[in-house]
Design a binder for this molecule. Sequence first.
Ligand SMILES: *[C@@H]1O[C@H](CO)[C@@H](O)[C@H](O)[C@H]1NC(C)=O
Ligand SMILES: *[C@@H]1O[C@H](CO)[C@@H](O)[C@H](O)[C@H]1NC(C)=O
Ligand SMILES: *[C@@H]1O[C@H](CO)[C@@H](O)[C@H](O)[C@H]1NC(C)=O
Ligand SMILES: *[C@@H]1O[C@H](CO)[C@@H](O)[C@H](O)[C@H]1NC(C)=O
Ligand SMILES: *[C@@H]1O[C@H](CO)[C@@H](O)[C@H](O)[C@H]1NC(C)=O
Ligand SMILES: *[C@@H]1O[C@H](CO)[C@@H](O)[C@H](O)[C@H]1NC(C)=O
Ligand SMILES: *[C@@H]1O[C@H](CO)[C@@H](O)[C@H](O)[C@H]1NC(C)=O
Ligand SMILES: *[C@@H]1O[C@H](CO)[C@@H](O)[C@H](O)[C@H]1NC(C)=O
Length: 907
Amino acid sequence: MIIGDQWLLLLRLFIIIITTTVPQLAHSMDPAFNDDVLGLIAFKAGLIDPYSKLASWNQDDDSPCSWAGVRCDPWAHRVTELALDGLSLSGHVGHGLLRLQSLQILSLSNNRLNGTILPGLTSLGTLQVINLSSNNLTGAIPEEMFGHCGSLAAVSFAMNGLTGRIPGSLSTCQTLVAINFSMNRLSGEMPSEIWSLRGLQSIDLSENLLEGRIPEGIGNLYNAKTVNLSGNRFSGRIPEDVGGYFGLEKLDLSGNFLSGSLPESIRRLASVSSIRLRGNSLSGVFPYWIGELRSLESLDLSRNRFFGGIPESVGNLQQLKELNLSMNNFTGILPSSISNCIDLSVLDISHNGLTGDFPLRIFRNNNLEVLDVSSNAFSGEFPARIGTAMINLQYLNASGNAISGSIAESIGELRMIRVLDLSKNRLSGSIPTEIQRCSSLVYLVLSENNLTGTVPLALSKLFGLEYVDLSVNHLTGSLPKELANLTHLFYFNISNNNLEGELPVGGFFDTVHPKPIVLNPNSNSTRGSSSSSLSKNLHHKRIIFSISALIAIGAAASIAIGVIAITILNIHVRSSMSRADPPLAFSGGKEEDISCSPSPSEPKNNGKLVMFNRDANFMEGAANALLNKESEIGRGGFGIVYRSSIYEDGRPLAIKKLTCSGLMKSREDFEREVKTLGKIRHPNIIPLEGYYWEPSLQLLVYEHVSGGSLHRRIHDQITTSSCLTWPQRFKIIIGMAKGLAHLHQMKVVHYNLKSANILLDASGEARVGDFGLARLVPALDRCLLSSKIQSALGYVAPEFACRTVKITEKCDVYGFGVLVLEVVTGRRPVEYMEDDVAVLSEVVRSAVDEGRVEGCVDGRLEGCFPAEEVVSVVKLGLLCASPVPSSRPDMSEVVKVLEMIRRPPES
Ligand SMILES: *[C@@H]1O[C@H](CO)[C@@H](O)[C@H](O)[C@H]1NC(C)=O
Ligand SMILES: *[C@@H]1O[C@H](CO)[C@@H](O)[C@H](O)[C@H]1NC(C)=O
Ligand SMILES: *[C@@H]1O[C@H](CO)[C@@H](O)[C@H](O)[C@H]1NC(C)=O
Ligand SMILES: *[C@@H]1O[C@H](CO)[C@@H](O)[C@H](O)[C@H]1NC(C)=O
Ligand SMILES: *[C@@H]1O[C@H](CO)[C@@H](O)[C@H](O)[C@H]1NC(C)=O
Ligand SMILES: *[C@@H]1O[C@H](CO)[C@@H](O)[C@H](O)[C@H]1NC(C)=O
Ligand SMILES: *[C@@H]1O[C@H](CO)[C@@H](O)[C@H](O)[C@H]1NC(C)=O
Ligand SMILES: *[C@@H]1O[C@H](CO)[C@@H](O)[C@H](O)[C@H]1NC(C)=O
């Protein structure tokens, strides 16, 4: 029994091999074996069937008629249909199929079949349908394929990777009714013989690489209903006889390079329901006879070069559902007759030169769903009855016209509206609260109008909103905090308005952190240069704010963490009150006794002086001169500062003698760090000119800046007479910002920012000094935090005081923010009163919250300052001094914002 089975199997395999490789032998085989079983098993052998969809195909069965995808003739039990669509089959279409001598329908679409098309397929005289669409077939369509095509009626090779030409032999296959070769890479010219297929009803050659002219003769297709040649490279004119047979229903020649005007034969296409000519270079006028095409439901002439007026006769197109005339050069008015097209649901006349009133009022049909009139020259008032006129409207784009008046309250009747774009018009008035009834709204763009009033609370009721652009208007007031309820929001642009106050908290608005986006309000585009580079950081969400909104971010973020941070600060303040003296000169703050610091020894002769400036001439005995403490000019957290000179020309230098030297890094580390610092050159930075090193003594040599420290200029009562003006103060602020931005760009954290470390040169330019010294000290927190912090109290970022957070540039940004407030208010960062402590940033923050910013500006300015500019600067300072490091901007962003504040928009 077992032996018998094996013999049978071997015999079957032998037959398969013979019949599949030598097809002509097949007919002489013993009919006792079912050819269909053999053929299908052989066919299966060429396939990869990852999901075992063909598991039922058992070679031991006598009949394949119960197999998956197989259908048989009920009397002869021969396979008539093989339908294996969408089974993820890969591999090739093998010769085994040629055994299926009664096969009528072969449908293998939506698989991953690769390899080439089996040429002999059509030799199966019974085959009526071949559907190999949506596979991965390659190579050319075999020329011989259609030589003897038996009774083939429909063939689809659509959506494969077929190349080469369309075989001319196709025309001998007179039984063909439908050809679909779309979405391949077929090339060359189209064989004109195709038009001789009298029985052809449907031909789809779209999305290939066919070129040349569309051959004349298309009028011979007496039965054609569908002709689709779109998405190729056809050029020349549309064949004159295109309307030769009036049975044509669908004509699609879009996406080619066709030119010339519409052939008049088209007017004979009495049954035509769809004409698509989009995206060619067709020109001429919109022919008046178009109105004779009474069956027309869809007409697309978009993206061509048609010109002139739209004829009244379009009103005769009673069946018209879709009319697309966009991106041509049509002029004149939209004929009122169009209101006769009562079935019209899509009208796109955008990007033309159409004029006249905003065309809404001429519609009296309730079927319109899409209306795009954007980028024309429509004018007149926004129609008051818009809502009642078009209750089914889902898409309205009227952007880029000259429509005036206010947005009608009836807009709330547009219950179906999903997209509403009225941008770039002359709309005035406020955004009507009725808009909250447009509950389907997803996309709302009202930018570049003249809208006033507030951002209505109503917006927060439109829970589907994803995209909102209200930029470049005159909106005022604050944003309703309920906007945070809009959970689907991913774009919200309110820049270039006059909004103020805090941002909503939560939802979309939380994604503003960690990095606020600064939009240049002077830029005309909605994607300012700074915003585009930053938006990457914001996942897929984007938000764009004007400066005022940006500032609000910081204020909002401070609420939660602010309380804790201030408490910590106050504890520090109280514990240090007794020993805190007002800072003095260069480095401010009296030196505290530092346990780690042995007092610096006197210089020995084995020291090494290194100067970075090679051009200068040094006087003799420079090193000794260096150590000559002729005049002490300051003491600070890192050491004592003298003035001295080693240059022949006597140019003074500021020499900083580092204390805490026991904690200094090894000589190699020290030198490496100092050399890094020595490379930093910037007009707003005091350059490190060199250093002196010996084991127990280290000196840093700086350029001497003559104008004294910022601290003295602000707080020294004696100099009140020469009080800094607002422009001088602004110059100092922007100078500090630029200097710090440069430091950060060079990857150096200043760490020790305070007004005593900002010097002013003769021209009043701020110069940042004493930077980066933390790099020289490895045991940073032990030595410095214990006592030095107090000298810089008020400038130190709260997270640093907590000792848990790494020192980053953001610490400097905090210090900078405090400096800004100090410069504007003329007050110290921390002021001690009888039994209270005033922290400047908190004082100013509450002043801003209460809307009395100007009240905290330095009294010595006596009201001589541009309020708007000062307020912006104060808000920026507060943002920088935000207790949350991540909501502080980068210094480079700060510089940009300051530049914007200095040059407000011309308008
Ligand atoms: C068909 O695909 C299989 C694997 O998916 C591959 O091994 C074979 O080379 C492909 N054949 C052709 C002709 O591309
Ligand atoms: C081929 O198959 C596709 C998808 O399965 C189907 O949409 C199409 O109508 C079929 N074409 C023919 C000619 O049977
Ligand atoms: C089709 O073939 C191409 C290249 O021959 C290959 O990159 C692609 O992944 C294939 N597609 C499928 C669905 O197998
Ligand atoms: C041709 O085949 C593609 C893919 O199956 C299909 O989308 C398209 O509608 C077909 N064309 C015609 C005219 O049936
Ligand atoms: C549109 O027509 C005007 C005059 O009728 C012409 O100046 C302009 O160049 C045309 N534009 C295009 C894109 O053809
Ligand atoms: C905006 O409105 C104001 C006052 O309502 C008016 O003066 C101004 O001209 C308008 N601007 C535009 C561009 O319409
Ligand atoms: C919207 O947000 C507010 C607070 O901002 C809240 O009180 C209200 O319940 C929210 N409404 C809905 C419908 O979620
Ligand atoms: C902004 O527009 C004005 C005129 O509308 C133009 O003069 C200016 O150059 C534009 N600025 C930019 C940055 O494009």
